[in-house]
Design a binder for this molecule. Sequence first.
Ligand code: HEM
Length: 514
Amino acid sequence: MAYSLEILGAVTAIYLVSLFLRAWSIRNRFRRATHQFGCQPVKHFPNWDPFLGLDLFVTLRRADARGQLSQAYADLHKRYGNTFEMKALTDSGIQTADPQNIQAVLATKFNDFGVGQVRGSAGAPFFDRGVFTDDGEFWKQSRSLIRPTFSRIEFANLDSFERHIGRFLALIPQDSTPFDILPLTKQLFLDTSSEFLFGQSIESLLPQTPFDTGEFMKAFDDSLHGLTFRLLAGPLRFLFVLDPTWKKAYTKVHKFVDKQVSNAIELQTVVANDDQEFTNAGKPKKYILLHEMARVTQDPLDLRAQILNVFIPARDTAAIAFGNIMFELARHPQIWTDLRAEVLAAVSSPQQINFDLLKSLPHCKAVINETFRLHLPVSRIKRVALRDTILPVGGGRDEKSPVFVPQGRLVELDLYTLQRDPEIWGPDAHEFRPGRWAAGRPLWEAKWQYEPFIGGPRICPAQQQVLLQLTYLLVRVVQNFRGIENRDEEIAYVEEMKLTSESRNGAKIALIPA
Ligand code: HEM
């Protein structure tokens, strides 16, 4: 017993000495940065638990339970400035909603920041290394594996999208019965994204789906759920080591993906190097990401990891965005009327819809932009400093001096606060007002004030594809229904923060047939 106490005492002493040495080293590096670059300290949230930040952690978890986590961060920014530092257990580090700092982290100082320690191996063995988890050379290689397909896809695949939309429209009640459009939209995008990513749609919108869709979706959701907990737990994720449900869930997902991977490899040996961008009938070739990847690597485990690295950010994001559009339109029915007038004037039949037409609808564009401004499916971006570096602003009393960021420090970009900042968007920043986009696309994007897909080298590769699909879907729904009504007693947007952020109450609406 005495012996174990001695060991415990020694371990504690070593830990405290290492903490002290680390703090001392950071202080020296900070002094050097002050001298060289004029860095000033950033404001700190006044934690009463300065070691772990349990006080703020509990406050934030309570806000999360109320569905107001993003707003809780925005309130902190209101009190402590655009850039401040805080401790909240695993969520400790610098918070910033400043466009200059966001630009530095994502673009101008891109090589100084990475996702490694934030995501790193948290997903393994559910999903291994790929474009979503890695930094440096491995990230570059993974990104180049998917880039060619994404840069061509936006022009193609509209035909198969229409096929899925037909099924989607048929499942919408035609007698103005209230329903929640979010789950239905999730099924639609699950079907289209599985077709684009794997070459085989999960066909969840069909009554006779060839898969046990419910089982697959549950397994995938359970896998993502387990992943969210592990990411939240940070270095404490070893605590989940004995959790058998996660393994059961991701094994089912692997079984499905591995089958698609082996199909892709087999197909590769049959149709090697088909570089044609058009079919023999002159139509744009339909791109399948896994098949394009299999032209570069035929390692099944690598392919599984790489495709899951795309499927995870793809899973629900676009569906959540469409649900949010419907959520807002149901609360602003007059805007639906304006949209419908624009759509009916431009489009008479689905066959007529093409890329150029979809790009030429300013009302649709404004509604989509404004929805993304208020409701971000990905609202917080986490990065870690890969080396000692500097943020351009946020230090000192006036928050205008540069801020020293030691290697290993977490920096969180708060896009929600940025995109609702009254100094940028005016006093009606919290209101849904697509009219603010009327003068075309203003400078907001160029100034890093509007970033739902972020910017810089890690910009969402699917941005153009998603915007095109959302416009297409909006056009098709607006064509078929002359009105929309809100059927939710709760008027406010209640947020459900998982890996992505969505409306906890879905989008309960009634659509009035044309
Ligand atoms: C409304 C829909 C979507 C939004 C708002 C969105 C937004 C984002 C954002 C903000 C990031 C950066 C995350 C970070 O670096 O921490 C990201 C990354 C990514 N997104 Fe999307 N996304 C959407 C849909 C999709 C879809 C449909 C796909 C695939 C088909 C996709 C594939 C990816 C991939 C692979 C990355 C990682 C890129 C990298 O790190 O280099 N996203 N997305």
